[in-house]
Design a binder for this molecule. Sequence first.
Ligand code: SF4
Ligand code: ZN
Length: 221
Amino acid sequence: MTAAAFSDGAAGPLLKSAGDDWRDHAACAGEDPELFFAPSHPEAAKARKRREGHARAICARCPVREPCLADVLEHEALPGTFRCGIFGGTGEDERHILAAPRKRKRAVPRVRSTASRVMPALTAAQVALFRSKLAPGGCGLVWTRQVRKGGYGVFKVRVDGVQQHIVAHRLAYRLATGTDPGNGNVRQSCGIPACCTPGCLVLVQPGRRARAAIQRKAEAA
Ligand code: SF4
Ligand SMILES: [Zn+2]
């Protein structure tokens, strides 16, 4: 697909010199590049959604999503380049968010605290890793890896030397809205525990009793 679209026809999408052998495993090799890139003529929203859905489905089964995404992010950071196409299961908007400069690094507790549910800050690469574990399905995006009791996804990641277990749909909410749910609960309106589709994620603030319990935990910590 994309290879043909971009350069030398080698498998895999991008622009680096040949010899990066992860491209040899690209699921998009041989696919129609037009699936992955907007046409030069105006494209109806429905048609775009359908086209991108097909491209994302190919990326979802691609074994080299992570290097592909890292590569395109690196490329698009170069001056004079612009974002276009589906790479590593992401579109232009998602990569715009991934590439945005990170704000102040939040202090990360050495030990995971039960008193606060604020998530640690993640690097762009960790966010990309998280996104690579989502796949099209259900209402839009579903978590494909380890789940905890109840079927909720868990993203395991090491931050500042501390292993963190972040609830997948809570992280998806933060990435989609820019707001950390903190002590609030994030619920899926569809009722599917593994669903990470932004449109399904609803923040529910804790009630009075829950707030009091959180306060007690914080005081005891
Ligand atoms: S992640 Fe998608 S765009 Fe990248 S190599 Fe795989 S199929 Fe191609
Ligand atoms: Zn859903």
